[in-house]
Design a protein around this ligand. Structure first.
Ligand code: MG
Length: 256
């Protein structure tokens, strides 16, 4: 059955071009903050670097003030998964894995991207986790094409991740993106083939697999749902790109 989600706002070619710029600045902020990761730096310092990069490019941080979030980037270390508030007290150490999730808004449109970086030499487990999570994002992008279903994206991510014995996080999902940083549809990192809305020309979504070495259950350490960690404190990783899906192909917008 053809399922059409009427809440989905498809983008014109002109809108996608603006989103390319939002994506470029988001990617630049991610890259610049990622390059600054070293033992002894605080997550607040990394956040300041991301913010300066976005603002010096004439854009605004997408997450600042979103649901009351007080910073530019969510910066999550090791067993921390998502929505961690940068802090002067959170100091990065050699061997940590550090996820930076950052978005930028320019000319009314948003970009959103995430990468988990290694600080120096990391464990073999952590290396495999980062590699599998990044590759699962590529699998998801390969399946994000006109005529496929949203469920095809999640199915490809989940089956790839689980073949390595890792867990896909189900509590948080990818999303449509445009004039709002979070729009319809939801883009789960799990699911069945041929399920969910059909992907149409002009759909722009953020695909963002989150993967843990252990169990997928989570808990929030701060009230308000911030600082989410794996319940079993196992390592977790998070990679994300904003992609535009058109009849001429699927394009990653968060590139620099
Ligand atoms: Mg996102």
């Amino acid at each position: 059955m053809l399922k059409r989600n009427l809440n989905i706002k498809l983008k014109s070619r002109e809108e996608i071009d603006i989103m390319r710029e939002a994506g470029r600045i988001s990617a630049l902020a991610l890259k610049t903050a990622g390059k600054a990761i070293e033992p002894g730096i605080s997550t607040k310092e990394l956040d300041d670097i991301a913010r300066k990069c976005i603002e010096s490019n004439g854009a605004k941080p997408s997450f600042l003030g979103e649901d009351g979030f007080p910073a530019t980037a969510c910066i999550s270390v090791n067993e921390e998964l998502i929505h961690c508030i940068p802090s002067v007290d959170k100091i990065i150490k050699e061997g940590d894995i550090v996820s930076i999730d950052v978005g930028a808004c320019i000319n009314g449109f948003h970009g959103d991207n995430t990468k988990t970086f290694a600080c120096g030499k990391i464990s073999e487990d952590a290396k495999i986790l980062l590699d599998v999570t990044e590759k699962s994002l590529q699998k998801g992008i390969e399946n994000a094409k006109v005529g496929n279903h949203i469920g095809d994206i999640g199915h490809s991510i989940q089956s790839f991740v689980e073949s390595f014995g890792f867990s896909v996080i189900k509590n948080y999902v990818g999303h449509g993106i445009g004039r709002s940083v979070h729009e319809a549809p939801s883009v789960p990192n799990y699911g069945k083939k041929f399920s969910g809305p059909i992907i149409e020309d002009g759909l722009v979504i953020a695909i963002e697999p989150m993967v843990s070495v252990g169990a997928p259950e989570l808990e929030a350490l701060k009230s308000g749902g911030w600082n989410v960690v794996t319940k079993d404190r196992s390592l977790c990783a998070h990679f994300e790109h904003t992609v535009a899906i058109t009849e001429n192909g699927t394009f990653i917008l968060t590139l620099v």
